[in-house]
Design a protein around this ligand. Structure first.
Ligand SMILES: Cc1ncc(C[n+]2csc(CCOP(=O)(O)OP(=O)(O)O)c2C)c(N)n1
Ligand SMILES: [Mg+2]
Length: 334
């Protein structure tokens, strides 16, 4: 276990808390029809995105999933731009055209959320190949769920990463379910146990403990940066909410209330906040004051998003095609 300094400990707390409150705000906006469709909440899993991204440099890149808000916040996107994106405004990260499952910001190393299960892994391989061949020390980190581990494209990516010794850390968030399918019905072994078959190290880490997540990732990232090749980290975690926001209105029985309650006791934010008080890293009053800054940031972000203009319908076909790819006639934006 590393000994985190107070500044980093605070940052981890604030990041986790921001993700939690962002998601709770999103649910309200979905209920009020200010966000169209459904969203996949990251509530319960905050320690994974936060701990992993805290161990990355700003130029390292991530690829994300359908449950991507947490990863994107943890990698440094501004929540005001994310909310504007979810609300379809031109002030959003992607001018309101991507929405929840397609948020990207290449300048922050966010190579996209992704609605296709497992699809972020080959994108990260491509980025890692570029980093390696250009001699940089940048690392690529694909996030994916337990539901991705039987996707062909994930196997191909793991194999390629190992064979080419790519600077990567594969991050599997095992929250025990793929929609309603329990992992035990989909795999005989734990995801990280498969890593050996590709010739890379695999490790199971407590994904409810942000310090453990940070420490394990820091080691794997350092190894990747120094030419040691890819690693596979499996974080055990849990989503407190349904697969997506509409599950609250469905009569599902794939998991029990007591299972959810048991995992809630391991809450990464509550436990980390308390541990910091016990370790003398802040007082209860300082923690409450920090929580308040997050409430303010979210209030301002909602106001920013609401004030943003809607895209002009006449621009609906803009950005459909690249206008810069060499050899292609310019089209799309004019
Ligand atoms: C290739 C593909 N197959 C099926 C789906 C439908 N689908 C969306 S989310 C999901 C479950 C993903 O589970 P997991 O990877 O464990 O992520 P979690 O939802 O638990 O975060 C499925 C099957 C999809 N989006 N893409
Ligand atoms: Mg899952």
């Amino acid at each position: 276990m590393v000994n985190l300094n107070t500044e980093l400990a605070k940052q981890l707390y604030l990041r986790m808390r921001l993700i939690r409150r962002f998601e709770e705000t999103v649910v309200k906006l979905v209920d009020d029809n200010e966000i169209a469709g459904v969203c996949h909440e990251y509530v319960g899993q905050e320690a994974v995105a936060t701990g992993v991204c805290a161990a990355l440099r700003s130029d390292d890149i991530i690829t994300s999933t359908h449950r991507g808000h947490g990863h994107i916040i943890a990698k440094g996107a501004k929540v005001r731009h994310m909310l504007a994106e979810l609300m379809g405004r031109t002030t959003g990260c992607n001018k309101g055209r991507g929405g929840s499952m397609h948020i990207a910001d290449v300048s922050l190393g966010i190579y996209g959320a992704n609605g296709i299960v497992g699809a972020g892994a080959p994108i990260a391989c491509g980025a890692a190949f570029r980093f390696k061949s250009s001699g940089s020390s940048t690392v690529a980190v694909p996030f994916f769920g337990d539901g991705a581990i039987n996707q062909g494209v994930l196997h191909e990516s793991l194999n390629l990463a190992a064979v080419w010794n790519l600077p990567m850390v594969f991050v599997c968030e095992n929250n025990l379910y793929a929609i309603t399918t329990p992992i035990k019905d989909a795999s005989k072994v734990q995801p990280h146990e498969r890593a050996a078959a590709y010739g890379m190290s695999g490790q199971l880490v407590d994904g409810m403990d942000v310090e453990a997540v940070y420490a394990a990732t820091a080691i794997a990232v350092e190894k990747a940066r120094n030419g040691g090749g890819p690693s596979f980290l499996e974080f055990s975690t849990y989503r407190y909410c349904g697969h997506q926001t509409a599950e609250r209105f469905m009569n599902t029985s794939y998991r029990t209330k007591s299972e959810v309650a048991e995992w809630r006791l391991k809450d990464p934010i509550e436990n980390w906040g308390r541990r910091m008080v016990e370790q003398g890293q802040w007082t209860v009053a300082e923690r409450e004051a920090a929580d308040l800054t997050i409430e303010r940031e979210l209030e301002e972000s909602v106001a920013f998003a609401r004030a943003g203009p809607w895209p002009d319908p006449s621009t609906a076909f803009d950005y459909m095609y690249s206008t810069t790819y060499p050899g292609l006639p310019a089209r799309g934006v004019e």
